[in-house]
Structures are given as structure tokens and as C-alpha cells.
Design a protein around this ligand. Structure first.
Ligand code: CA2
Length: 145
């Protein structure tokens, strides 16, 4: 069965507890529970990992090779800064979808730049927690093609 890693980066462990106007009231645990249902509906298995540490995210991407078929990645602020994450995604050659809860292009200019976009198959942003469903479905469909 197709297996997807849903990987969340820095500060996303705080979802639902702060800044609900920007990031919504849904917690990361809620999102993960929803992802499990969405993955079941899409006919795939899903695993989760969250870290506030860039190196731990790099390690998780490396460890996904040979275990998972693709990655849904909300790299948080590391999206806009991390060559290390870009290199990690490129090195494992696993299809990866860049995901953001917020529409980063409607926000501050520094959020308009993504280091990881060029090594991802696509980007979903601005749909809140529903974006994880869209990303799982898009990845499953991409893997079937
Ligand atoms: O919109 C997204 O999903 C982001 O990846 C979220 C990142 C931000 O740096 C990116 O530009 C866009 C920030 C995540 C912060 O999460 C929090 C959640 C609750 C309270 C405070 C921060």
C-alpha cells in the first residue's frame, strides 16, 4: 500500500493554541486524526512527524527513503530559509508536496520565497487544514501516474 509521510516543521505543534486568526483553531493532533481518515479514503497509509529542529527534519526526510512513497511537507518558516531541507528533498528523490495552511503569497514578502518549491512536485497553500487533504489526494494521484 502507498505510504505517505506528513512532516510538519517549527511551531506547528502550537496550532490551535495561538494566533487562531492566522492559523485556525484546529490543533496538530486534530489535523493528524483527519489525515488518517483522508488517507484511508484515498487508499494509502500515513505516518506523522513534527519537529522544531531543522536537522531533525532533514533526518526525517532521509529516513523516509525506502519506507514511504512520498512526503507532504509543511516546513513552516524553514520553507523560506533552508537550503538544507531543499538538498534533503532532492537527495531522497521522493515526490514531495509543499504545503502551507496560510496563503503565504498574501502575507509578508519574505514568505513569498520558497527554497523547497523547486524540488517539490507542487505547492498547496491558503486552504487551512483542508490543504492536508488536498495534498494527500494530490500525492496519491501523482504516485499513480
Ligand atoms: O502557513 C503555513 O502553514 C506556514 O508554513 C506556517 C509557518 C510560517 O512561518 C510559514 O510562512 C507559513 C509558521 C507556523 C507557526 O505556527 C504557529 C501556530 C500557532 C501559533 C503560532 C505559530
Amino acid at each position: 500500500m502507498t505510504s505517505i509521510l506528513v512532516l510538519n516543521g517549527p511551531n506547528l505543534n502550537l496550532l490551535g493554541t495561538r494566533q487562531p486568526d492566522v492559523y485556525g483553531a484546529t490543533t496538530l493532533a486534530d489535523i493528524e486524526a483527519s489525515c488518517s481518515r483522508w488517507a484511508k479514503d484515498a487508499g494509502c497509509a500515513v505516518s506523522f512527524m513534527q519537529s522544531n529542529h531543522e536537522g531533525a527534519l532533514v533526518d526525517a526526510i532521509h529516513a523516509a527513503r525506502g519506507v514511504h512513497d512520498g512526503i507532504v511537507l509543511n516546513a513552516g518558516a524553514y520553507t523560506h530559509t533552508s537550503i538544507a531541507l531543499m538538498d534533503a528533498i532532492a537527495s531522497v528523490e521522493l515526490p514531495t508536496i509543499e504545503l502551507h495552511l496560510s496563503n503565504v503569497h498574501a502575507r509578508e514578502e519574505f514568505r513569498h520565497t520558497s527554497y523547497i518549491a523547486k524540488v517539490c512536485v507542487g505547492i498547496i497553500c491558503g486552504f487551512g487544514a483542508h490543504g492536508y487533504k488536498l495534498a494527500i489526494e494530490a500525492l496519491v494521484s501523482h504516485l499513480k501516474d
